[in-house]
Write a protein that binds this ligand. Structure first.
Ligand code: ITT
Length: 191
């Protein structure tokens, strides 16, 4: 069965495809003239819905999935949160976002390194029913980036009960325990 993901993020696509191997994933990137909506929502759910609705308008008769996610750091008042992708500026790289986050923690002498990844999936069935699914993983922020795997903030996120970052642990471990893995497993029950 075909499912369309409203994302341009390759890392997300790999995780969805690995965890749901029976589905055939396509993304908005395959639609030449597609422009995704600006992420103006005030929550992960609002942003995920905007992404999914916008793609559903172009692909009305298939499963369409929007996902919005981010990292909440307690010592930074839950920032970067919904601003995670553009924390260091509009076209910031993962390395720039990580550098800004570590710098902000230093500037604020943020002793509390507790953090969590959260994600919200909005899925629309071919008939148009909406499903809202949330996922979360607690952890802490590492002193410096470590590891090569994953994407985004993976090199500085150490999940609870682990000693290594997501980037060091690698995709198969991340896919057992991550925020997105929890949400995708609930999503799988719909198919
Ligand atoms: P789309 O909107 O096209 O899906 P995006 O990368 O802009 O792609 P988001 O708006 O949901 O996605 O921003 C999420 C950001 O949060 C993402 O760019 C990463 O920086 C971070 N993030 C989310 N999940 C992550 C994960 O599993 N590992 C590392 N960083 C993650």
């Amino acid at each position: 069965m075909e499912a369309w993901l409203a994302t341009h993020n390759r890392g997300k696509v790999i995780e969805f495809q690995t965890l749901l191997p029976k589905l055939e994933f396509h993304t908005q990137v395959e639609i030449g003239a597609y422009s995704p909506p600006p992420e103006t929502g005030k929550s992960f759910e609002e942003n995920a819905r905007m992404k999914a609705r916008s793609l559903k308008a172009v692909k009305p008769s298939v499963w369409v999935i929007g996902e919005d996610s981010g990292l909440e750091v307690d010592g930074l008042n839950k920032m970067p949160g919904i601003h995670s992708a553009r924390y260091a500026g509009d076209h910031a790289s993962d390395a720039e976002n990580i550098a800004k986050l570590l710098k902000m923690m230093q500037l604020r002498s943020a002793a509390n390194r507790a953090a969590r990844f959260v994600c919200c999936i909005i899925a629309y069935s071919p008939e148009g029913a909406e499903y809202i699914i949330n996922g979360k993983i607690e952890g802490r922020i590492a002193d410096k980036p470590r590891g090569q795997g994953g994407f985004g903030y993976d090199p500085i996120f150490i999940p609870e009960n682990e000693a290594q970052t997501f980037a060091e642990l690698g995709l198969s471990r991340k896919n057992q325990i991550s925020h997105r893995a929890h949400a995708i497993r609930k999503l799988a029950e719909l198919f």
